[in-house]
Design a protein around this ligand. Structure first.
Ligand code: PMP
Ligand code: GLU
Length: 397
């Protein structure tokens, strides 16, 4: 069958593809350790599941309002006030099928042909694709490893042109774990206001910060920047709810309305019972979030220490999220057996086939000198996986 020409430009999500490949190998009986999946290994907390069960029992199984139920919009407003100190009303909020869907809708209503969108690199794999799907052009803006991968206004300024329409900020960052502090964000906010740019602030990992880092929402830094910002967040990571598919945006009414119209034609509402579970998550006890964060913090220590003990690879200490992003440039250009390792993808293939450890090549995130290790897995798996990686790296010539 003939496919539409646009499909030629689609690329599969590398993060999901690696996870699927690791799963397939495991189903075939290969003992693969998966550092690919950006997904908490914890179960969804019981009180959240109970809310979904209750919704099911009550027959809350029909279509809801396409942009989400009022109770959930109110819960999102409460959360944004409680955790971020920003006031939004129901009409500023839309709920979608995960933050990935939210971000797609945001790109579709904000960007168009001829627009450029600044994207601090390394960046999460889906941003450039979604920007392109909206007809705009992603403009990667390098961040420095020596600077902890923090985005700096000077670099953003240098990449800005009359076509620049917006900026996607992701802090804590997937894949680097970088967390922007209030001062960094104030500088970015002032830049966005001065340049009249739209800011998309992806705060999916805000609950997961360490070392006293505080994830500040750029929308909390004053009315001017708030009017130019769309905050995007997800229940996936904070509440171990990846499969429930609930994400949301908060922003100017006209943006949220346009997203609502678009969503009403494309997906309709996010799953009714997942919305009720999300209300319980956002309004219920938050100690489950703190407990998961404490576990991730411990794993982070383990992974950073273990990776930095390996030859030819080094890792900066991530301040948030659950990823380590080691520099592997010391491995590239070498050979494993007869096999040349020219790129981060070659190295990831080698590690999967020879060490039976799945990692995501950095090139998918805009840096071919790195690989991404997700430490959303048990400490035992982390230690064994890093040991296997070390063994494989020692065989490089
Ligand atoms: N943003 C970032 C930075 C992510 O890593 C993810 C990963 N899933 C998402 C958004 C989307 O999350 P979800 O669709 O599960 O809410
Ligand atoms: N965001 C996670 C990751 O980066 C989940 C997979 C995806 O949606 O890309 O691995």
């Amino acid at each position: 069958m003939r496919l539409a020409a646009r499909t030629a430009a689609f690329t599969p999500s590398a993060t999901l593809a690696i996870t699927a490949r690791a799963r397939r190998m495991r189903a075939e009986g290969v003992d693969v350790l998966d550092f690919g999946a950006g997904e908490p290994d914890f179960d969804t907390p019981e009180h959240i599941k109970a809310a979904a069960v209750q919704a099911l029992r009550e027959g809350f199984t029909k279509y809801t309002a396409a942009a989400g139920i009022d109770d959930l919009k109110d819960a999102v407003c409460l959360k944004l006030k409680r955790d971020n100190g920003v006031e939004y009303r129901r009409e500023n909020v839309i709920v979608s099928c995960g933050a990935k869907h939210t971000l797609y809708n945001v790109c579709m209503v904000l960007f168009q042909e001829g627009d450029e969108v600044l994207l601090p690199a390394p960046y999460w794999v889906s941003y450039p694709e979604q920007i392109r799907m909206a007809g705009a052009v992603p403009i990667p803006v390098e961040t420095g490893e020596a600077d902890g991968f923090r985005s700096r206004v000077q670099a953003l300024e240098a990449a800005c042109t009359p076509r620049t329409a917006g900026l996607i900020r992701n802090s804590p960052c997937n894949p680097t774990g970088a967390v922007l502090d209030r001062k960094d964000l104030e500088a970015i906010a002032a830049f966005a206001v001065a340049r009249r740019l739209t800011v998309i602030s992806d705060e999916t990992y805000e609950a997961l910060t360490y070392d006293g880092h505080e994830a500040v929402s750029i929308a909390a830094l004053g009315e001017e920047v708030r009017h130019r910002t769309v905050v995007v967040n997800s229940l996936s990571k904070a509440y171990a709810m990846t499969g429930w598919r609930i994400g949301y945006a908060a922003g100017p009414v006209e943006v949220v309305q346009a997203m609502g119209i678009f969503q009403s034609q494309v997906t309709s509402n996010p799953t009714s019972i997942a919305q009720r579970a999300a209300v319980a998550a956002l309004t219920g006890p938050q100690d489950c979030v703190r407990a998961m964060r404490a576990a991730f913090a411990e794993r982070r220590e383990a992974v950073v220490a273990a990776v930095n003990g390996l030859p030819r690879i080094s890792c900066v200490r991530p301040g948030g999220a659950f990823y380590a992003f080691p520099n592997v440039s010391g491995c590239l250009g070498r050979r494993a057996g007869g096999r040349p390792l020219g790129t981060s993808a070659d190295l990831a293939d080698y590690l999967l086939e020879e060490a039976r450890v799945a990692v995501v090549p950095g090139m998918e995130f805009g840096s071919d000198r790195h690989v991404r290790i997700s430490y959303a897995t048990s400490k035992a798996t982390i230690l064994e996986g890093v040991r296997r990686i070390g063994e494989a790296l020692r065989r490089l010539r």
